[in-house]
Design a protein around this ligand. Structure first.
Ligand code: FES
Length: 153
């Protein structure tokens, strides 16, 4: 781990030591690749932002990166009730959640689970970590070493 922070912030290095991850799921069968979303400092003034990333297989991932103090959370950016960007919602740092700006469903950032109607399905949760001041997101990709009939989603 680097002890150099080009932004001169102690927070980034603290976040590096305790990656702002939540909802870590190590049970996935797919491999993952890490893609840079933004600099941690980019989230200082606007702590919830949408990014469109592409994984190694060329698949798009529309994500919301949310910063609460020194923790970073990454969830799917599309509300499961309708196609609305969750990054435009209000963050509740005490509940570690974000509220959909259209109808008010609240999603837990650690699990993606909605805690209020009308949304009932969870949003995807991505593992993320801060490396040298950059928010790096683990994007799952399908394993290519098996025949097409054995491919897993
Ligand atoms: S669009 Fe998000 S709760 Fe309806």
């Amino acid at each position: 781990m680097s002890d150099t922070n080009e932004d001169g912030e102690n927070s980034a290095s603290q976040a590096e030591d305790t990656p702002g991850t939540c909802g870590v799921d190590d049970s996935r069968q797919s491999s993952e690749n890490m893609v840079r979303a933004c600099a941690l400092a980019d989230l200082a003034d606007d702590p919830a932002q949408r990014f469109d990333l592409v994984d190694a297989a060329g698949e798009p991932h529309r994500i919301a990166v949310i910063r609460i103090e020194e923790s970073v959370y990454v969830i799917g950016d599309k509300c499961t009730h309708a196609d609305v960007s969750l990054a435009a919602g209000d963050i509740d740092p005490d509940e570690c959640s974000i509220e959909c700006p259209r109808h008010g469903s609240t999603f837990l950032l650690e699990t993606g689970v909605p805690t209020s109607m009308p949304a009932v399905k969870p949003v995807p949760v991505y593992t993320a970590e801060v490396i040298d001041g950059d928010v790096m997101v683990h994007l799952p990709v399908e394993v290519e070493n098996s025949p097409a009939e054995g491919a897993q989603a």
